[in-house]
Design a protein around this ligand. Structure first.
Ligand code: ZN
Length: 881
C-alpha cells in the first residue's frame, strides 16, 4: 500500500474553521501499549464560516475509536458518522448553539516510532504535537487557528508513572484503588492543540525560582531521569538569564506561576515550546563540564532561551496556519541570536550564524526544495521546518531591525504584542505592526516573505579624483526557483563603511549626511549611490554585519582582502575578508588540480595569517575564527560543478602549508593557552580552549612525534569535554599510533552517557581517514547503535552524509547506496527523520555526470519504496522533478 499520491495544500485555499472549540477536557488513562483517551469538547459553529456544509470534520490518525457521544446523552451510531484513514466526519451537529462532543479512543504509545503524538521514550511517556501530532492522540480540529482552554487529567500506576505532568497549573490530585493516582492540570490561556503536552514517568527534578520585574514569584522545574540530575544546573541558569533578558529587551514577563522543562532522549527536533511544559531533546538540556563541550553549553543556553521566548512569540501570539510558521520561528530565532550575542560574543555569534546560513540555507535556496520564507504550498508540513523558514526568516526580521533601528523595532514589537495577544495571526500582521508603529512603508520589503532564492548583488565602484566622489553601483538579481521563474526587485538594506589607505575611517557623506557607516536602501534592480568629499580613494567595506542574506559579487584583489583583514573595523567583514582570501587561494589550487598541474600556493595567505597571529586579541574566540578556513561544504557551494576530491585536496594542502610554515607560532600559542582547567563556562576560558584546540588541529597535520605526544597527553588529562574531544579528533584523524586505543578507551569511559557516545559516533563518521566507510558500516552493527533513536541516527548516518563530503560522495556510489538503504528503513520507523536524511541526495544536479547518475538512481529506488511516507515522497519527488 502507498501513502502517495499525497495532496498538495495551498496557502491561497485558506479558509476559517467551520467550528470552534471553547474548552477541552482531556482524561488519559495511561498505559505504555494501551492508553485510553476521553476528550470532551465544548464547541460551536464558527459565525465567520462561509461554507454551507453542516458536517463536522475532525482530524485523527491511527486511533482506536470506542465511542462518540453528543451532548452527554446521545451516543452516535455508525450511521451518524464516517471514519476515514485520517478523519472523523460527523454528519450533523447543532448549528445555532454550543454543543458538547465526547470522544473516547485508544492509542499505543509503544508502537509509535514516528515520535509524533504520544510515544514512549526510554521509560517515559511524552508527547510531540507540533505540527500535526495531536491528531494521533484524539480526534480534533488540529489546526493552529483553533484555540481553546485545556483541562487535563492524567491517571496512572503510581510506580510506573510517579510523575504526571501537563500544561498550566496543577489544580487537583488524588489516589485511586489498584495503586493508581491522578493529577488534574488546568491551562488558563487559550492555545492551539500543537502546544499541548503530557509527560509521565519516573522522573526527578531540580527546582529554582525567578522573581519577575513586577515581583511575581515563578517556580522553575527541570525534570530528567535520576542519573542526569547533576547535569541540569546550566540549563536552569540559562532559563533565568533568558527570562531576565526578555523583560529587559522586549518588556515581556512570564505569565504562569510554574515553568517546567522535561528532557527526553528520543526526540525528532531540538525542543518544543508547549505552554508551561517545554519538552526538550536531552542534547539541549544536559551538561556537565566533563560531558559537554563549550559549544554544547552555548547551544543549550540558546535553545532554552528560544523555547522560553516562544511563550510570547508563538504561544501568546500564534500562527494562523502552518504557512505562517516563520511568524513565530523567524522572529524567535532572531530573538535567541540577539540573546546569545549579548551573553557571549556578538562578533562570533554573528559569524557562526551567517556561516550556517550561507553553507546550508543558500544550498536549500538553490535546490529542488527552494521555497519562500512563507511557503505557498506543501504536501507534508513537517518538511517545512527548514533553514529557510527559521534562519532566513530570522534574517528577514533582522533586516527590519536594521531598517527601523533598535528603538523603532521595539516600538513595532510592542504594538504587535498589544494588537495580537491571544490571536492566531500572519506574517503580514507582524509587518503591519512594524509599519504602523514607525510610519514607514514596507510594502516592497514584504517580497522577502513571498520570493524564494538567494539574491545576488553585483557591486561596481568608480572613484572620480577631480570631483572627489565615489560612485557605488549595485545591481540585484535573483535566479529562478521551482515555481517562480521571474523575481521582482527586493528592498535590501546594505550597510557600508569606507576606510582610508592608512586604515583610518573615511566618513560616508551621502546627500549631505556624514556618518561613519551608512545603511543604503536598495530598492531597484540597479541603483547608484554617490559618496562625496573623498580626497583619496577609500577601500569599501560593504554588506557590513552581513546586513542582508544575499550573495555579494565584487572584484577584490588579494591585496585588498589582506588590507580589510587588517583594518576593517566591522568584525564580520574583517573575518569575511580572510575567508575570501583563503577561498581565492584554494580556488587557485583546485584549478591546478583540475588541469593536472602541481599545486602552487599563493604565499599571501601565509603572510596574512602571520599578521593576524602577530596581533594581540581580546576576544580569543573571534581570533580563532580568523584562523579558520572555509569548510569543504562552503567551498562546494561556490563551484559550478562540485569536485569533492579537488576541494578536499586543495584545502588540506593549505592546512598543511600553514601548519608547516607557522608551526612555531602555533606551538607558542598552544602552550600559552593550554591551561589545566575544568570546563568553566566563561568567555576567557572558552576563548583559550578555542584558540589552543585550533592550533592543535593545525599542528596535528604534521604527524610529528612531539605533537602526537601533546595530543595524547591532552586526551589523557583533559578535565573537560572540549579538550578531550579536540584531542581525540586529532588523534583519530591521522596516523597516531594510539588511535584505536584512544577511541576504545573513550567509549569505555563514556558508555553510560548517551550524548557523549553520540559524539563518538559522529567523530568517526566524519573522519577523512581512508577506511571511514567501512568504519561507518561496522558502527551500524555496534550494540550502541539504534535506528529508533534520532540523535544516534543523526550522529552516525547524518554526520557521514552531511559532514563528510569526501567519503559520502565516493565515486563508486557506495555512500549513496548506503544512505538510500537507511532512508528506506527509516521511512517505516520514522518518516520525519527519514525525510531529513534525504537532504544529502537532493542536490544531485550539482555534481559530475557519474555522481549525478548514481545519486539519481538512489532517489528513484527510494521512490519505489512500499508504503512510502508523505514526508519522503515529497522530498524525493521534488528532487527528481
Ligand atoms: Zn522555535
Amino acid at each position: 500500500m502507498r501513502d502517495a499520491n499525497p495532496q498538495t495544500i495551498y496557502l491561497k485555499d485558506y479558509a476559517v474553521p467551520d467550528y470552534l472549540i471553547h474548552h477541552v477536557e482531556l482524561n488519559f488513562t495511561l498505559d505504555d501499549e494501551n492508553t485510553r483517551v476521553v476528550s470532551r469538547l465544548t464547541m460551536i459553529r464558527n459565525p465567520a464560516s462561509q461554507t454551507g456544509d453542516a458536517a463536522l470534520v475532525l482530524a485523527g490518525e491511527n486511533l482506536g475509536l470506542i465511542s462518540v457521544v453528543l451532548n452527554d446523552d446521545n451516543e452516535l451510531t455508525e450511521q451518524d458518522y464516517l471514519q476515514t484513514q485520517d478523519s472523523l466526519i460527523i454528519h450533523e451537529v447543532p448549528q445555532h448553539r454550543s454543543f458538547v462532543l465526547t470522544i473516547e479512543n485508544t492509542i499505543n504509545p509503544k508502537a509509535n516510532t514516528a515520535l509524533e503524538g504520544l510515544y514512549l521514550s526510554g521509560s517515559m511517556l511524552c508527547t510531540q504535537c507540533e505540527a500535526e501530532g495531536f491528531r494521533k492522540i484524539t480526534y480534533f480540529l488540529d489546526r493552529p487557528d483553533v484555540m481553546a482552554k485545556f483541562t487535563t487529567t492524567l491517571v496512572g500506576d503510581k510506580d510506573r508513572y510517579p510523575v504526571l505532568l501537563s500544561n498550566g497549573n496543577k489544580i487537583a490530585q488524588g489516589e485511586l484503588a489498584d495503586n493508581r493516582h491522578w493529577v488534574t492540570w488546568e491551562d488558563p490561556f487559550n492555545k492551539p492543540c500543537y502546544l499541548f503536552a503530557l509527560v509521565a514517568g519516573q522522573l526527578d527534578c531540580i527546582e529554582d525560582s525567578f522573581i519577575t520585574l513586577s515581583g511575581r514569584n515563578i517556580s522553575l522545574q527541570i525534570f530528567v531521569e535520576k542519573h542526569d540530575l547533576d547535569k541540569c544546573a546550566h540549563a536552569m541558569q540559562s532559563l533565568k538569564n533568558a527570562m531576565r533578558w526578555d523583560e529587559q529587551v522586549y518588556g515581556r514577563e512570564y505569565d504562569l506561576d510554574l515553568y517546567m522543562i522535561v528532557a527526553v532522549s528520543h526526540f525528532n527536533m531540538g525542543a518544543m515550546e508547549n505552554k508551561g511544559l517545554n519538552v526538550f531533546n536531552t542534547k539541549f538540556v544536559l551538561a556537565r563540564p566533563d560531558t559537554a563541550t563549550d559549544s554544547d553549553y552555548e547551544r543549550i543556553e540558546g535553545v532554552i532561551a528560544h523555547e522560553y521566548f516562544h511563550n510570547w512569540t508563538g504561544n501568546r501570539i500564534t500562527c494562523r496556519d502552518w504557512f505562517q510558521l516563520s511568524l513565530k520561528e523567524g522572529f524567535t530565532v532572531f530573538r535567541d541570536q540577539e540573546f546569545t550575542g549579548d551573553r557571549t560574543s556578538k562578533a562570533v555569534n554573528r559569524i557562526e550564524n551567517v556561516n550556517m546560513l550561507r553553507t546550508r540555507q543558500f544550498a536549500e535556496d538553490a535546490g529542488p526544495m527552494a521555497h519562500p520564507v512563507r511557503p505557498d504550498a506543501y504536501m507534508e508540513v513537517n518538511n517545512f521546518y527548514t533553514l529557510t523558514v527559521y534562519e532566513k526568516g530570522a534574517e528577514v526580521v533582522r533586516m527590519i531591525h536594521t531598517l527601523l533601528g533598535a528603538e523603532g523595532f521595539r516600538k513595532g514589537s510592542d504594538l504587535y504584542f498589544e494588537r495580537h495577544d491571544g490571536q492566531a495571526v500572519t506574517c503580514d500582521d507582524f509587518v503591519n505592526a512594524m509599519e504602523a508603529a514607525n510610519a514607514v512603508d514596507l510594502s516592497q520589503f514584504r517580497r522577502w516573505y513571498a520570493q524564494a532564492g538567494t539574491p545576488v548583488l553585483t557591486v561596481q565602484q568608480s572613484y572620480n579624483s577631480s570631483a572627489q566622489t565615489l560612485a557605488l553601483t549595485i545591481n540585484q538579481h535573483c535566479p529562478p526557483t521551482p515555481g517562480q521563474a521571474v523575481k521582482e526587485p527586493l528592498h535590501i538594506p546594505v550597510t557600508v563603511g569606507l576606510i582610508n589607505k592608512d586604515g583610518s575611517i573615511a566618513p560616508c557623506n551621502v546627500q549631505g549626511r556624514k556618518t561613519d557607516e551608512i545603511v543604503l536602501q536598495l530598492t531597484q534592480a540597479e541603483q547608484t549611490f554617490t559618496f562625496t568629499d573623498l580626497k583619496q580613494q577609500p577601500v569599501v567595506s560593504i554588506l557590513r554585519g552581513f546586513s542582508a542574506p544575499v550573495k555579494l559579487v565584487m572584484e577584490r584583489s588579494l591585496e585588498e582582502l589582506a588590507f580589510l583583514l587588517s583594518y576593517d573595523s566591522d568584525t564580520f567583514n574583517r573575518w569575511e575578508a580572510g575567508q575570501q582570501l583563503a577561498g581565492q587561494v584554494i580556488a587557485g589550487l583546485i584549478a591546478d588540480i583540475q588541469s593536472g598541474q602541481a599545486m602552487q600556493i599563493n604565499p599571501m595567505i601565509v603572510t596574512a595569517f602571520k599578521q593576524v597571529m602577530a596581533q594581540s586579541w581580546d576576544d580569543l574566540s573571534y581570533f580563532s575564527l580568523l584562523l579558520g578556513l572555509p569548510s569543504e561544504t562552503y567551498l562546494a557551494e561556490q563551484m559550478q560543478v562540485v569536485d569533492v576530491v579537488a576541494i578536499h585536496k586543495a584545502r588540506e594542502f593549505v592546512v598543511l602549508t600553514l601548519a608547516q610554515q607557522l608551526q612555531t607560532q602555533f606551538k607558542t600559542l598552544y602552550l600559552e593557552c593550554h591551561k589545566d582547567e575544568s570546563g568553566v563556562f566563561d568567555a576567557g576560558a572558552i576563548g583559550r580552549r578555542r584558540i589552543k584546540n585550533m592550533c592543535l588541529a593545525y599542528l596535528g597535520r604534521l604527524e610529528q612525534p612531539d605533537i602526537q605526544q601533546w595530543s595524547q597527553q591532552q586526551f589523557d588529562t583533559a578535565k573537560n569535554m572540549t579538550d578531550q574531544m579536540a584531542a581525540l579528533a586529532v588523534v583519530a584523524n591521522g596516523t597516531h599510533p594510539a588511535k584505536q586505543e584512544c577511541l576504545s578507551r573513550f567509549y569505555q569511559q563514556w558508555q553510560a552517557e548517551a550524548l557523549v557516545i553520540d559524539k563518538w559516533f559522529a567523530l568517526q563518521a566524519s573522519s577523512h581517514n581512508p577506511d571511514t566507510f567501512e568504519t561507518v558500516q561496522a558502527l551500524m552493527q555496534h550494540p550502541a547503535f539504534d535506528l529508533k533513536n534520532p540523535n544516534r541516527v543523526r550522529a552516525l548516518i547524518g554526520a557521514f552524509s552531511q559532514a563528510n563530503p569526501l567519503h559520502f560522495h565516493a565515486a563508486n556510489g557506495q555512500g549513496y547506496q548506503f544512505l538510500a538503504d537507511q532512508i528506506i528503513a527509516l521511512n517505516t520507523l520514522n518518516p520525519q527523520v527519514a525525510s531529513r536524511m534525504l537532504s544529502a541526495l537532493t542536490s544531485w544536479r550539482r555534481y559530475d555526470e557519474g555522481r549525478q547518475a548514481l545519486m539519481k538512481a538512489q532517489l528513484e529506488r527510494i521512490m519505489t519504496t512500499d508504503a512510502i511516507s508523505k514526508d519522503v515522497y515529497e522530498v524525493a519527488s521534488k528532487s527528481l522533478a
